[in-house]
Ligand binder design. Sequence first.
Ligand SMILES: Cc1cc2nc3c(=O)[nH]c(=O)nc-3n(C[C@H](O)[C@H](O)[C@H](O)COP(=O)(O)OP(=O)(O)OC[C@H]3O[C@@H](n4cnc5c(N)ncnc54)[C@H](O)[C@@H]3O)c2cc1C
Ligand code: FES
Length: 281
Amino acid sequence: MTASLAGVVDERGEVVAVEALGGGMVEISARLPHIAATARPGQFAQIRCGSGFHPLLRRPFSVAWTEDDVAAFVLAPVGAGTRILASMRPGDSLNALGPLGAGFTVDAEPTAALCVAGGLGCAPFPLLIRVLRRQGRPVTVLNGAATAGLLYPPQRFSRGDGGVTVVALTADGSRGMRGLVTEAVAANLDAGIAVYGCGPNPMLAALAAAIDACGAAPGLAEVSLEAPMGCGFGTCLGCALPVHSEADGAAWALCCTDGPVMPMATVAWEQLMNLPAPHVA
Ligand SMILES: Cc1cc2nc3c(=O)[nH]c(=O)nc-3n(C[C@H](O)[C@H](O)[C@H](O)COP(=O)(O)OP(=O)(O)OC[C@H]3O[C@@H](n4cnc5c(N)ncnc54)[C@H](O)[C@@H]3O)c2cc1C
Ligand code: FES
């Protein structure tokens, strides 16, 4: 379903905290009352990076968690925009447009949930987990990264809640199980549960393949996808992703308004993997 722009606000707030989480990962929280009050799990904000012309365009970030009038984002300095954001200090001004996009489905059958996070794909899960736990649903998080220092801290998913189990996986075996996060899916997938995935698109393609290979079919399987974004609200058409359409067979959907969260079965994974790497001004 295409996301409505009705509740989207351009707001400027003060940075409250910038926490280094290890491995370059940073959690920024800022007073953004509208986004904090209205963001649903899986939605994102388009954040202005600095006040100059480079980078020109805002950058998209999942709303990681909210509390009172504060919204938080998790990121790592991978380019010009994220380097500016990671160097911010409490008291700085942060400009964010949001909440944007279609989030995760949380009003499905109240089944157990499996959250599969690859690296910075951890970002939308604290907010999602809070909502799922309020519904009384048991949650397992598969938290994967290349190495221990790049793992989002497990207590930030669970916040001391015993109903949340976090399983760590690292590609180099430095913490938890050795391997890719998708390799642990089969052992944690029961028929009928809800599966939510977020991470780089190749990881999500591997997640879809892993679920297909299991005998157990989830009741719900959704992924939060990545695409280069210009506007973030459906006008530039820069974020089109290949999908399956019942009417047309092959089609394109906009990551910013039809997504970023989409049903796993909707995505044309093979075509998605053949798209060129993103480039954003
Ligand atoms: C809906 C959505 C939610 C996101 N949420 C988060 C989040 O919570 N935390 C986080 O760290 N990152 C998130 N990202 C990715 C983040 O937006 C990019 O890493 C960021 O835009 C890079 O900006 P930059 O100026 O630092 O890097 P650039 O200099 O623009 O690029 C640096 C590298 O990142 C790649 N890149 C740039 N934009 C994107 C993009 N949109 N998707 C994938 N790769 C990209 C480039 O190809 C390049 O390799 C999200 C992306 C989307 C689409
Ligand atoms: S980012 Fe502009 S249409 Fe999606």
